[in-house]
Design a protein around this ligand. Structure first.
Ligand SMILES: [Fe+2]
Ligand SMILES: [Fe+2]
Length: 334
């Protein structure tokens, strides 16, 4: 069994020789590729880096929804970044939100107590749990589509892209050693198992409530990474980026990366990854985008795939999935 190191930023022992981290012996990233493949991968990443430097992405691409595209601010959040119930909704909404906030605060307390400053193990648990709701939403939507109750391709596409993004966060945490201890894996997966069924039930009863719950989780993830970046900026800047991060963020095909950011125009965000600090900055930004998408989803029928265009919806009937607006047991209106 692997032994946890005393350093908060320590990673699992590398299974193959890895390049020493410049200026620090704290982190040794596992190299899981053949040397030739790794070299080829580095060349490709360098080429993409150069391309992104020469052709800056549309920094000011028009946002699809100005409110949603704003940086993650205090909208609905307390001074410490926690979510507070909105004041202009009905008592049912307030009740749902209060339950969600209580539940997320309780889980956060448990995670902080169990993991303390073992950051990568805590992030591993967080990312294992973070993927679950998107999988749960897709499961329920598939069920509704099968019964012909409700059919919207955009929701399934965006939620899959969200789970794909969280999956890569998880791969990064694994590469950093977050899954080194059996107990950490067990606890994270144990919580994820029950979280899945809870989310399915909640989503069937009230998608608005389930989406708000995920918004709380994503907001917590954002503030966790933000705090981590502020505490360890200098150290992280001296450490190399994991392969999983390079594969995901520096890939030529970023269709799914664009797809989960429902408030952004495709191509408007192209990360540049030079070190571990850049990786965590982008993970934090991803969490902010998840948060905005979850907020958008709390209004029934509000979600659109970033790749769906007005022309496509209006002119090309091939693009349109017939929509049956029956909501099944979905409760949106109170
Ligand atoms: Fe994540
Ligand atoms: Fe997340």
């Amino acid at each position: 069994m692997a032994v946890a190191s005393t350093s908060p930023l320590s990673a699992k022992p590398a299974t193959a020789p890895s390049p020493p981290a410049p200026g620090s012996g704290l982190l040794a990233l596992g190299v899981r590729r053949a040397p030739a493949t790794a070299a080829w991968r580095r060349l490709r990443v360098e080429a993409i880096r150069t391309q992104r430097t020469e052709v800056p992405v549309e920094e000011s691409a028009p946002a699809r929804d100005a409110a949603a595209a704003a940086p993650l601010d205090g909208n609905g959040a307390g001074a410490d970044g926690s979510v507070v119930p909105s004041s202009d909704d009905s008592w049912v909404v307030k009740l749902e939100q209060s339950f969600n906030i209580f539940a997320t605060d309780s889980v956060i307390m448990v995670l902080k107590g169990v993991y303390g400053d073992r950051y990568y193990a805590r992030f591993f648990a967080l990312e294992t749990i973070a993927r679950v709701p998107y999988f749960a939403f897709i499961s329920v939507l598939h069920l509704y589509a099968t019964f012909g109750w409700w059919r919207r391709a955009d929701y399934i596409k965006v939620h899959f892209a969200q789970s794909w993004n969280e999956f890569h966060h998880l791969l990064i945490m694994e590469e950093l050693g977050g899954d080194s201890l059996w107990f950490d894996c067990f606890l994270a997966r144990f919580m994820a198992f029950f979280y899945y069924f809870m989310t399915v039930a909640m989503y069937m009863l009230s998608p608005r409530m389930a989406y708000h719950f995920s918004e709380c989780v994503e907001r917590h993830a954002y503030s966790t990474y933000d705090e981590f970046l502020k505490l360890h900026e200098e150290e992280l800047k001296r450490l190399p980026a994991p392969e999983a991060a390079l594969n995901y963020y520096m890939n030529e095909d970023l269709y799914l990366f664009d797809e989960f950011q429902a408030s952004r125009t495709p191509g408007s965000r192209r990360p540049k990854i030079d070190n571990l600090y850049d990786v965590f900055v982008n993970i934090r930004e991803d969490e902010a985008e998840h948060c905005k998408t979850m907020k958008t989803c709390q209004t029934h029928g509000n979600l659109r795939s970033p790749h769906s265009t007005p022309n496509c919806l209006e002119d090309d009937t091939e693009c349109v999935i017939p929509e049956n607006d029956c909501e099944g047991v979905v409760v949106y209106k109170v």
